[in-house]
Write a protein that binds this ligand. Sequence first.
Ligand code: SPD
Length: 322
Amino acid sequence: MLGLRRRLIVLASAWLAGQINSHRMVEFPPPKDYSHLLVDGWFHERGPLWPGQAFTLQVKEVLYHQKSKFQDVLVFDSETHGRVLVLDGVIQCTQRDEYSYQEMIAHVPLFSHPNPERVLVIGGGDGGVLREIARHPCVKDIVICELDEDVINVSKKYMPFMAKGYDDPRVKVHVMDGAKFMEENQSSFDVIITDSSDPVGPACVLFETPFYRAMHGALREGGIICTQGECVWLHVDLIRPLVNSIKPLFKTVEYAYCTIPSYPSGQIGFIIATKGGEGKGCKAPIREADEGTLKALRYYTPEIHRASFVLPAFARRAIFGE
Ligand code: SPD
């Protein structure tokens, strides 16, 4: 058994190293090795959240492969999908289709809010979501909390088409735990976007009710959250209990999705919830995008916004029991 003094020293060092937050003790084990996913010039995405299936991309050149304090970070040029960012063996973005996810996770909540002025991004270190938020002139402050500084730096070096989001003068970067930041910034944001990796290891806490309670606390009245909500083809057993557990917290809780070939099963969803307000939810845009913005976007349109909430029967039944 550890003596009291030793235990206090261990706790204090963990706190100083940023490995504990007051929400829940989070310990980060040393990053695993994912070199086995690169075989004979191909990258194979295999993972516990999509058992028995894999997505493979032909590699042209590996540009970066290092372990950060938290995870394995890989960047490669592919033969067909442009530049690819992979964290802990899971594809986060490919140059070919990243805009689908980044545009939808940003513009669906932003065009559903009458006047979003302060926006918080949790995760999203590659900068793609920042790039999309910056298209809204009414937004005055864009705050990002990313835990892994290496993801920011690697993206700035290798993924400039996304990391250009950092160039906007309204962006303020905090390298820290998002839950802790929200605890210190109550009732502060009109929109909170959680652009997380999948619920394996450290990201698990981002898919649990206490994290949603923290987001609710950091929202202003009438505010909206939009979070990475996994895939209806693979994860309804994760989505349904999460949606049910946050219904008592928020005025409305909805689910939308987009198609994206390089994510498991070609699709990813978003949990979108509102705090207070009239209870109309986010199924239709309530602000009009100017013509220049609409021309610059490659996936989001007002029609796609509405359509993204229309779920296949099996998914609607499984998630909402309707
Ligand atoms: N299965 C991968 C899900 C990754 C979601 N986050 C992507 C980060 C893009 N900014």
